[in-house]
Design a protein around this ligand. Structure first.
Ligand code: FAD
Length: 230
């Protein structure tokens, strides 16, 4: 068993390169918690892939070695979904932060899941667009975490929650196989897998990339104050 773990450790280190696999006591402690303050144990290691392909290979290697995998964005979740059990591998998205150019005519953008919610709007601002779902944690929460929690905020009263802004998801199943789901794609026939994955807290698959809807900025913004007498 210990020998199997050493083999997996070597494989992951070779795959992920310098800084891609954290195994020291401090990292294992930091990644044992999220914002829920729940605690289940210490992860065995933390993998930080840089590409969707690397991420898929990490999941595949862990599946073969029968090591549980727990996904993590920025760890701001309040429901404990990113809290690992003893011996699990935490799969973090911190280094997966690539994004395409904003498609202005299509009002969309493709991002890797480690991109922060606020960064999407920053990228879209020059085109007069923004990403509508606005959890209060948007300055630090990742798009992957937003999707897994179907996050929302005050703007969602007008525009809908994260699910309403997803066009296509690239994701990896428990064996490390990659899939695409979204409107019009073959994997979507019969089952609405995008809706199933969104809000599943990382229990059904690991999302690696998302095509997001952007909405036009309002022409003007006014601030109102209403007082209520009881
Ligand atoms: C101060 C504060 C304010 C908040 N305000 C709001 C709010 O207004 N609205 C709201 O909805 N939430 C809010 N939250 C909760 C939290 O910020 C959101 O749920 C956010 O979407 C989590 O993103 P994260 O990157 O931190 O994800 P994490 O906490 O790292 O993970 C959350 C869940 O997503 C899963 N996950 C992460 N990445 C992936 C992936 N790539 N594929 C599959 N599963 C994945 C994890 O396994 C876990 O189950 C708040 C939290 C804090 C601390």
């Amino acid at each position: 068993m210990a020998n199997d773990r050493q083999i997996l450790l070597n494989q992951l280190q070779t795959l992920l390169g310098p800084g891609g696999l954290l195994h020291d006591a401090a990292a294992r402690r930091v990644y044992s918690l999220d914002s829920s303050h729940l605690s289940l144990g210490r992860p065995w290691a933390v993998a930080l892939p840089e590409t969707p392909d690397q991420l898929a290979q990490v999941v595949g290697l862990c599946a073969k070695a029968r090591v549980p995998v727990v996904c993590r964005g920025s760890g701001t979740g309040l429901s404990g979904g990113a809290v690992p059990c003893d011996g699990a591998l935490v799969l973090g998205a911190a280094r997966m932060n690539g994004a395409s150019r904003v498609l202005e005519s299509d009002r969309s953008i493709r991002v890797e899941v480690g991109v922060l919610n606020d960064q999407v709007t920053t990228l879209a601002t020059a085109c007069g667009l923004h990403f509508a779902p606005d959890p209060s944690s948007q300055a630090v929460a990742t798009i992957g975490g937003n999707i897994a929690e179907n996050a929302g905020g005050p703007h969602c009263l007008r525009y809908g929650v994260t699910l309403h802004h997803l066009r296509r998801l690239q994701w990896v199943d428990a064996q490390g196989k990659s899939w695409s789901t979204g409107r019009g794609l073959p994997a979507e026939r019969g089952l609405d897998l995008t809706s199933l994955l969104c809000g599943s807290e990382g229990t059904l698959g690991v999302v690696t990339e998302a095509d997001l809807n952007l909405v036009p900025n309002p022409e003007f913004v006014i601030t109102m104050l209403a007082s209520f007498l009881i």
